[in-house]
Design a protein around this ligand. Structure first.
Ligand SMILES: [Zn+2]
Length: 450
């Protein structure tokens, strides 16, 4: 079998960055060497860094059912352009929602032949007023989902019921038996409703109004509840898209206690700040909301201390009209599309906070791979792993334009932002899928079955 040698002065390993030669054969990394053996085809990265392909565990591709918002073809090409070689798709916003095996099979049929990167699908754990799907969870595990997503608050679309404590008490023992994680959108409705009631006829175009309607307390109370249930049921709880830095002390304490708890945040919480969001700038609406600049620094500190394990995009696109740009934050769809930009966005912030590429690779490749049960296969440059590789130019600075986005609708708050670091080439299982601003080859991505 032919041997390819990826040579770089800056190969990003789990324990640091150094010059190396990554030997690839049959789509796998077979060895790490000091120099390329004779006869190998050499891919010389020159001055660029070589990173493991990123694993993004929080992506909404919306297919089948809402393919006009996004889809496997457009979403996975954005992933390839962003150096993301594995995505894990969320179980909602698609139709049907992925809450049973039949729906999972629909999604598999929809994805077939369309994907430029590898993928998996989370299952959903839903409540629906006492008619939840706890009876479907074990079958979903057997059918191949790596875990389950649930909402403690209305998820923005009908059809994916939020889960209350009674239903969590049915679902969590089942999930604990599967050994899979329960991913939780951790906001509670109570504090949001109380806050909204106090806002009276405040200006709905003002970001401050939206921010006040989703207070820190909504996250804090939800997380408190999930820590309590995590302790009671021993079920792995993963807090998705943490936005409030005020939750970090209790999360740190819960981890120190030995609870099976992991935490994610998103590039937009680490990059943007509430103080800079103008009235009507609804492209920056997401839930939980982007909070203050001081809060943003707390989140960076959470990464530094290891309380936050990973960074995922929460890529949640929609047609442009649904963002109501210039209009009301209440009417705009809540979601930020960023799948193709996560690496440079994170690197831009990482540099100013004193982090290295090995930290970014841990947050965006190794740790998400572990969450999605892909450890040993994805997320690291090491022998035996899939040869998912990204050639990244860390010093290049550039300004984001619509043509850099690659998802279905060129609607993103990052357009016009000046970023540091650029993805030059992306390889999926040893084959180029993105190179110098263009897609390469066929849609060779497939579902990862373990
Ligand atoms: Zn999401």
């Amino acid at each position: 079998m032919s041997l390819t040698a990826f040579v770089s002065q800056r190969v990003v390993f789990a324990d640091g960055v150094r010059a190396a030669c990554v030997l690839v054969s049959g789509g796998k990394i077979v060895a790490i060497a000091e120099e390329s053996p004779s006869g190998a085809t050499v891919v010389d990265c020159g001055a660029d860094a070589l990173l493991p392909g990123l694993v993004d565990t929080h992506v909404h591709l919306n297919e089948p059912g809402r393919t006009e918002w996004e889809g496997f073809a457009t979403g996975t090409q954005a992933a390839a352009a962003g150096g993301v070689t594995t995505i894990v798709d969320m179980p909602l916003n698609c139709l049907p929602e992925t809450t049973n095996v039949a729906a999972l099979d629909w999604k598999r049929a929809a994805a077939a032949g369309q994907c430029r990167v590898d993928w998996r699908a989370w299952g959903g754990a839903v409540g629906s007023g006492g008619h939840g799907n706890s009876g479907e969870l074990e079958a979903l595990a057997r059918a191949g989902v790596p875990g389950y997503k649930c909402f403690l608050i209305y998820p923005g679309c009908d059809g994916f019921g939020l889960i209350d404590e009674a239903e969590l008490r049915r679902a969590m023992p089942v999930i604990a038996r599967t050994g899979l994680p329960l991913l939780v959108h951790a906001e509670l409705a109570g504090p949001c409703e109380a806050a909204a009631a106090g806002l009276g006829d405040a200006d709905l175009r003002a970001y401050s109004t939206y921010l006040a309607s989703r207070p820190d307390a909504a996250e804090l109370q939800a997380i408190e509840k999930m820590i309590r249930l995590c302790r009671e049921f021993g079920c792995h709880v993963h807090i998705v898209h943490l936005a409030s830095g005020k939750a970090l002390p209790m999360l740190q304490a819960a981890k120190a206690e030995g609870l099976k708890l992991t935490v994610e945040t998103c590039p937009h919480y680490l990059y943007f700040a509430a103080e800079e969001i103008r009235d009507g700038e609804t492209l920056k609406k997401c839930a939980p909301p982007i909070r203050s600049a001081a809060n943003r620094e707390r989140l960076w500190q959470g990464l530094r201390e290891g309380t936050i394990d990973l960074v995922a995009s929460d890529h949640s696109p929609c047609p442009a009209a649904m963002k109501c740009v210039g209009g009301s934050f209440r009417d705009a769809w809540g979601g930020i599309a960023s799948l193709s930009l996560g690496l440079p966005v994170m690197w831009t912030g990482a540099v100013t906070h004193g982090f290295g590429l090995e930290h970014v690779a841990r947050w965006m490749a190794a740790e998400p791979a572990r969450l999605a049960k892909l450890e040993g296969r994805k997320g690291r440059i090491a022998a035996g792993y899939d040869a998912d590789l990204v050639v990244f130019s860390p010093e290049e600075t550039w300004t984001v334009t619509d043509s850099d986005l690659w998802f279905r609708h060129p609607v993103s708050p990052y357009t016009g932002e000046r970023l540091r670091g650029r993805v030059k080439r992306t390889f999926l299982r040893g084959a180029a899928v993105f190179e110098d601003g263009a897609m390469i080859g066929d849609a060779a991505g497939r579902e990862v079955r373990v």
